[in-house]
Design a binder for this molecule. Structure first.
Ligand SMILES: Nc1ncnc2c1ncn2[C@@H]1O[C@H](COP(=O)(O)OP(=O)(O)OP(=O)(O)O)[C@@H](O)[C@H]1O
Length: 659
């Protein structure tokens, strides 16, 4: 039997002995057995390739204490390490002896202190460095600038201070996230085109992409001064100006002032027109026919957002935003109104705007009409309840504004947008269609978020109530975040029954009653939408019974073949067909028309969790990520929990290919 060299086992056992909590978390790491057998992992959290250990994925295992990586030096094939979501403390572990690593994931621990400047000096192969949500302080280590292939750097949620080093040496850097630190000074030019929200929540950062200009530094003042000297007559010469020259200068200034006034007027007009356009779109969206809804939705919801001024609701100027969570960035309603805003779309309740505050913090403000089911006090109590919820797959509510006629709910902005946008919107060539492993990861996350809502809000008849693909946002690593959840108790009943997803369920449309399984039905539709790539128009409108997505899937499976059901744009499906069929079956069981026979959420989620997130190995997966590697879609590369062995295997492939 081809097994790992005994030395790999010895090394891992030696490492295990240094980690608190490993005894309970890694019971199958025992002497006498082997971490890899026939190329497959035989020990928890060990990833194997060519019968040797090349990855450790020890995430969310309650491991604690200091992390000493030195014993791992003796694993020649080691390329990826993930310890995310544990309770490790102390200084940043020493990576210097692990020079061949390609990915290091240490997010969501309690590492602290300054990171030595030279920690990454020997790490020439690193591509992904995740240090988010720890307690690191001091400057961002400058040795990061010496990593030639660094693609993805996450430093958010720490206490890094000082300036951001200029990472221009890494020509392939695609994403850097430094939100919520204490950074200051100019943002290096190389990041000027990135999303401003990736720099939000810092002490004093300035320059593009933020809309905060940096104070003049001496050299630029000097150069401005010298260029001014060239353009304007200096004082000693000014006496010598002739009368015609003076007339020309005054005339020119007047023309410039007139042009500026004209531009400001035109700009104002355009802004007002754009606001009107937003209103028209929102009235269009209430057209009764479901297909019309789809077409309008695609047209307005998924197109490029437009810049507008966010209009203050009447009297809003005097109101106060109420923040529902401790900590985090604080701002006033006035700051929101002053912020530059874009319409993201007009939904069933009102428009949603993206607003970028002067600090660079990007938020979404959703205006809710038809939200008067309860009075002010009960509304506030419900918002506080929502504020107490916390789960990686729920978009947290940050703040709300209450006024009888209209409410505003404020959440963080996510630049990847919604699942609906990714499935049905137009995406450029740099954003290929979602692959199988990413789709499964999204469904798993939605299931986890729903389970949390069911456990956290047992008193609600419909804990989500409005689950659909435009209410599933995606973070940078394509982890899903549910939004617009738990609003049924505060939405006017008639409006809720007309527009909210759970009221489109068969039991409500046929018998006018709701049950907790209404959310399961929406989940089933969402699963089918994700697998087929078809927009579930009928589940949103008043489609005939038997004319919905589930019936379509059943029909195609019966009359043609199950293969025909799946989205043709879904890549990475090779060798995953069994799991795809299983998931399709789970989706159908959640869509069962007979509520009695329909699965419980728990059952569905357990079945989904049994499916492993593994990337398929389609030969035709050719979209590169810019450095000639087979790991095509940037989003399939994992953020911690979903880092599959295949992901890491592909890292290994790319490494051997690069060398
Ligand atoms: N926090 C956010 N970050 C990024 N995009 C968002 C955010 N919240 C909403 N969006 C996007 O803005 C668009 C409009 O959302 P909105 O919630 O107003 O309408 P909807 O989800 O289409 O319909 P409904 O009102 O029925 O929920 C959608 O494409 C949605 O995905």
């Amino acid at each position: 039997i081809p097994v790992t060299h005994s030395s790999d086992a010895d090394v891992l056992l030696q490492f295990k002995a240094t980690v608190s909590g490993a005894e309970e978390a890694l019971p199958d790491w025992v002497s006498g057995s082997s971490p890899c057998v026939h190329d497959h992992s035989n020990w928890t959290g060990v990833i194997c390739y060519a019968n040797s250990v090349f990855g450790l994925q020890l995430e969310n295992m309650k491991l604690s204490g200091a992390l000493d990586l030195d014993p791992l030096e003796a694993l020649p094939g080691l390329r990826a390490l993930s310890f995310m979501g544990n309770d490790f403390v102390g200084l940043m572990p020493n990576l210097n002896k692990l020079g061949a690593l390609k990915s290091v994931y240490l997010s969501r621990n309690q590492f602290s202190g300054m990171i030595p400047t030279d920690v990454f000096t020997q790490m020439k192969s690193l591509k992904k460095v995740y240090l988010s949500q720890n307690d690191f302080s001091g400057p961002i280590p400058s040795s990061l600038t010496s990593i030639p292939r660094l693609m993805d750097l996450r430093l958010d949620g720490n206490k890094f201070s000082g300036t951001i080093p200029d990472l221009k040496s890494s020509s392939v850097l695609k994403l850097v996230n430094v939100t919520n630190n204490n950074l200051e000074g100019p943002i290096p030019k190389v990041f000027s085109k990135m999303n401003p929200s990736l720099f939000a929540g810092n002490k004093d950062l300035c320059g593009a992409p933020l809309q905060v200009s940096c104070p003049d530094i001496v050299s630029s003042t000097d150069s401005t001064a010298s260029s001014q000297q060239q353009l304007l007559p200096n004082s000693s010469n000014s006496n010598k100006l002739s009368a015609p020259a003076l007339v020309a200068i005054i005339g020119l200034s007047l023309v410039i002032i007139l042009i500026a006034i004209a531009c400001i007027r035109r700009r104002r007009k355009r802004t007002v027109a754009e606001i009107h356009m937003g209103k028209n779109q929102s009235s269009k969206i209430h057209e009764p026919h479901p297909h019309q809804y789809h077409a309008d939705k695609l047209e307005q919801g998924f197109s490029e957002p437009k810049s507008v001024a966010m209009k203050a609701p009447k009297e809003v100027e005097h109101g106060k935003l109420v923040f529902v969570k401790e900590g985090g960035v604080r701002f006033e309603l006035q700051d929101l109104l002053k912020a530059s805003a874009e319409v993201l779309g007009s939904g069933n309740f009102g428009a949603s705007y993206k607003a970028v505050l002067v600090s660079g913090h990007a938020v979404v403000v959703k205006r809710f009409k038809e939200m008067n089911r309860v009075g002010r006090e009960d509304f506030q109590e419900h918002m506080r309840r929502l504020g107490r919820l916390s789960h990686p797959n729920l978009l947290p509510l940050q703040a709300y504004y209450y006024r009888k006629e209209e409410k505003l709910l404020v959440t963080q902005y996510y630049h990847n947008g919604s699942l609906a946008h990714l499935l049905h919107g137009t995406h450029g060539s740099n954003q290929p269609s979602l692959d199988w492993s990413t789709r499964l990861k999204i469904i798993k996350g939605v299931g986890r978020g729903l389970t949390y809502l069911y456990d956290g809000l047992p008193m609600l008849a419909l804990p989500h109530g409005h689950l659909k693909s435009s209410n599933v946002l995606l973070d940078d690593s394509f982890e899903p975040l549910l939004t617009d959840y738990a609003l049924v108790p505060v939405v006017n009943k008639t409006h809720a029954t007309q527009v909210m997803m759970a009221y489109k369920s068969p039991e409500f449309t046929q018998h006018g009653k709701t049950s907790k399984k209404g959310d399961v039905w929406s989940f089933g539709i969402l699963i089918l939408e994700i697998l087929t790539g078809n927009f579930p128009a009928n589940s949103l409108g008043t489609g005939k019974a038997g004319d919905d997505l589930a019936s379509w899937v059943n029909k195609v499976m019966k009359e043609e073949s199950s293969k025909e059901v799946f989205d043709k744009e879904m890549k990475g499906t090779k060798n995953c067909e069994q799991d795809m069929l299983k998931l399709l079956h789970i989706g159908l069981c959640c869509c069962e028309r007979d509520e009695e026979k329909r699965w419980e959420l728990k059952q569905a989620v357990e079945k989904i969790e049994e499916l492993k997130v593994m990337k398929g190995d389609d030969e035709n997966e050719s979209e590169g990520d810019g450095d000639g590697e087979p790991d095509s879609s940037s989003y399939a590369s994992s953020e911690g929990e979903m880092m599959s062995s295949k992901d890491i295997i592909e890292d290994q492939f790319s490494l051997s290919k690069d060398n």
